[in-house]
Design a protein around this ligand. Structure first.
Ligand code: 6PG
Length: 473
C-alpha cells in the first residue's frame, strides 16, 4: 500500500509532524531524511506507530512510495536547503502533486517558489506551522497559503493533525502564494513582542521590586487565571519557578541573558517597514534581542555606568503595585496585537490576499505559541466581517485600553525613573499616545523637509501642495 503523504526532513519539527500524521491522522506516512538513519530510528522509536511509518533510503524510493497525486511535506531549515531539495524533487514529480513547505520560510521566498511552479502542473503550498515541538506532535496551529484548489485536497489530511479549540481545528487557507508564511511571520513578530514585554515586567519585579524568581513565577501564575491567560504567561511562570537541581538556585538566574533569534521576528519588522507600517512594539522586541546578544558591550557599559544603579525604591510589592503591572502588561499586549494586525491588513492589501482577519485570530486560539484568551476577543472584533481599521478603535478594546493606559503610563514612567529598560512597553504606550492625538508633530518635520529639500507640504487651511521660500539658515 502506498503512503498517504510523505514527510521530508526529519529534524525535531519534521519528525513530530510525521508522528502526528500517523497518530492523530491515522495516515500512512512516507519518511525521508538525507541521513537515512534518522528515518529508521523514528520508526524504531515509535513501535506503536511503526506500521504507519515508511522510511525510504533514496529520494526516488520515497517519491515512489507515495500515493498519487502526491503530497510531500518539506520540513527543512528555511533558505537554500529548500531550493536545493525542490530542484531534486521536481523531476521526480507528476501533474497534480503538491509540495508543502512547512518550515519557517521567508514569505518572499514562498512567493518566488510559487511563481516557479505556476503552470507546471505541480502545486506549491507555503504553510506556517506554530506550536513548537509539542504542537507539531499533538496539534499545531496551521496557516496555509497557496492555491485554494490545493487546499481542498489538503484539508482532510491537515485537519486531523491540527490543534482543536472547542473541537474546531486551528487550520485554514489564508490566501494565495506567501499568505500562510506571511501570517506565520507576523505571528512570530507578535510572539517576540509578547515575550519581550513579559521579560520587561520580570525585570521590574526582579530589579525594581527585588522579588526572587520563584515569587515572580507565582505572580505570573496568578495572572494566567485572568485577562493575560496565555501559553506564554503560563510557561513564564513555569520557567521562573524551575530550580536547578545541582545548585539549588532558580534555573533562570543561571541562564545567560542573551536572546537568540532565527529570523522570523526580524522579518516581521522588516516587512512592516516595507509596507510603511509602524509596528513599534515588535520593532522594540527585535532590537532588544539584538542588544541582549551584545553582552560584552553591556558588561563594558556596566563598568562605566554601573554606579548609576537602579532606584529600587520606586517599585513596590503591594497588591496594588502588582495589579498595576498586570494591567500595564495587558494593555501593552493589546497594542502589540493591534500593531501586528495592521501589518497583516496592509500586506493583505499590498499582495491582494484578502486575509481573513477574524479567521486568523480563530486559528491562533489553540496550538500556537501566542495562543491566549485575547485572541478570542480579537476574533469577536472581526465577527460578521466587521471592517476594522485598527483594533484600538474597536469599542470593546477602546474601553479596556482607556482604563489600562493609566497603569501602563505609570509603569513606564516609574521604569524610566528607576532605570529599568522597558522598550516594548514604552513603545506600545508611545504608539497609543501618538494614535490618539488628532494633531501630531510631523508638521514640523514637513517644514524642515521643505526647508532643506523643497520637499513641499500640504496645509490645513487650503487645498494643494506648497513650497515656502524660507529665510536662510
Ligand atoms: C512557533 C515558533 C517557532 C519559532 C521558534 C522561535 O510558532 O512555533 O514561533 O516557529 O521558530 O520557536 O524562533 P526564534 O529562534 O527566532 O526565537
Amino acid at each position: 500500500k502506498k503512503a498517504d503523504l510523505g514527510v521530508l526532513g526529519l529534524g525535531v519539527m519534521g519528525a513530530m509532524l510525521a508522528l502526528n500524521f500517523a497518530d492523530n491522522g491515522g495516515f500512512d506516512v512516507g519518511l525521508y531524511n538525507r541521513t537515512h538513519e534518522k528515518a529508521t530510528r523514528l520508526k524504531a522509536e515509535n513501535p506503536d506507530l511503526a506500521e504507519r511509518l515508511h522510511p525510504s533510503e533514496t529520494l526516488q524510493d520515497f517519491v515512489a512510495s507515495l500515493a498519487t497525486p502526491r503530497v510531500i511535506v518539506l520540513m527543512l531549515s528555511a533558505g537554500s536547503a529548500v531550493d536545493e531539495q525542490l530542484a531534486q524533487l521536481q523531476p521526480l514529480l507528476e501533474d497534480g502533486d503538491i509540495i508543502i513547505d512547512a518550515g519557517n520560510a521567508d514569505f518572499n521566498d514562498t512567493r518566488r517558489r510559487n511563481a516557479l511552479y505556476d503552470g507546471t502542473g505541480l502545486h506549491f503550498v507555503g504553510m506556517g506551522v506554530s506550536g513548537g515541538e509539542s504542537g507539531a506532535r499533538h496539534g499545531p496551529s496551521i496557516m496555509v497559503g497557496g492555491s485554494a484548489e490545493a487546499f481542498k485536497r489538503l484539508k482532510p489530511l491537515l485537519e486531523p493533525i491540527a490543534a482543536k479549540y472547542d473541537g474546531s481545528p486551528c487550520i485554514d487557507w489564508l490566501g494565495t502564494d506567501g499568505a500562510g508564511h506571511f501570517v506565520k511571520t507576523i505571528h512570530n513578530g507578535i510572539e517576540y513582542a509578547d515575550m519581550q514585554m513579559i521579560a520587561e515586567i520580570y525585570a521590574i519585579l526582579r530589579d525594581g521590586s527585588g522579588l526572587p524568581a520563584g515569587q515572580i513565577g507565582d505572580v505570573f501564575a496568578d495572572w494566567n487565571t485572568r485577562g493575560l491567560s496565555s501559553y506564554l504567561v503560563e510557561i513564564t511562570a513555569t520557567v521562573l519557578k524551575e530550580v536547578d537541581t545541582e545548585t539549588g538556585k532558580p534555573l533562570v538566574d543561571l541562564i545567560v541573558d542573551e536572546a537568540g533569534q532565527k529570523g522570523t521576528g526580524r522579518w516581521s519588522v522588516i516587512e512592516a517597514q516595507k509596507l510603511g507600517i509602524g509596528a513599534t512594539a515588535l520593532e522594540a522586541a527585535v532590537a532588544a534581542r539584538c542588544i541582549s546578544s551584545a553582552r560584552h558591550l553591556r558588561l563594558a557599559a556596566a563598568e562605566v555606568y554601573g554606579d548609576l544603579g537602579i532606584d529600587a525604591a520606586i517599585f513596590g510589592t503591594a497588591p496594588a503595585d502588582i495589579a498595576e503591572l498586570e494591567s500595564a502588561l495587558e494593555t501593552a499586549k493589546i497594542v502589540a496585537y493591534a500593531q501586528g494586525y495592521t501589518v497583516l491588513a496592509a500586506a493583505s492589501e499590498e499582495f491582494g490576499w484578502n486575509l481573513p482577519m477574524g479567521e486568523i485570530a480563530r486559528i491562533w486560539r489553540a496550538g500556537c505559541i501566542i495562543r491566549s484568551v485575547l485572541l478570542q476577543d480579537i476574533m469577536q472584533a472581526y465577527e460578521g466581517g466587521a471592517s476594522v481599521q485598527n483594533l484600538l478603535l474597536v469599542p470593546a478594546f477602546a474601553e479596556r485600553v482607556k482604563l489600562g493606559q493609566v497603569a501602563l503610563r505609570k509603569v513606564v514612567a516609574k521604569a524610566a525613573a528607576a532605570g529599568v529598560p522597558v522598550p516594548a512597553l514604552s513603545s506600545a504606550l508611545a504608539y497609543f499616545d501618538d494614535l490618539r492625538r488628532g494633531r501630531g508633530a510631523a508638521n514640523l518635520i514637513q517644514g524642515q523637509r521643505d526647508f532643506f529639500g523643497a520637499h513641499t507640504f500640504r496645509r490645513l487651511d487650503r487645498e494643494g501642495v506648497f513650497h515656502h521660500i524660507w529665510p536662510e539658515a
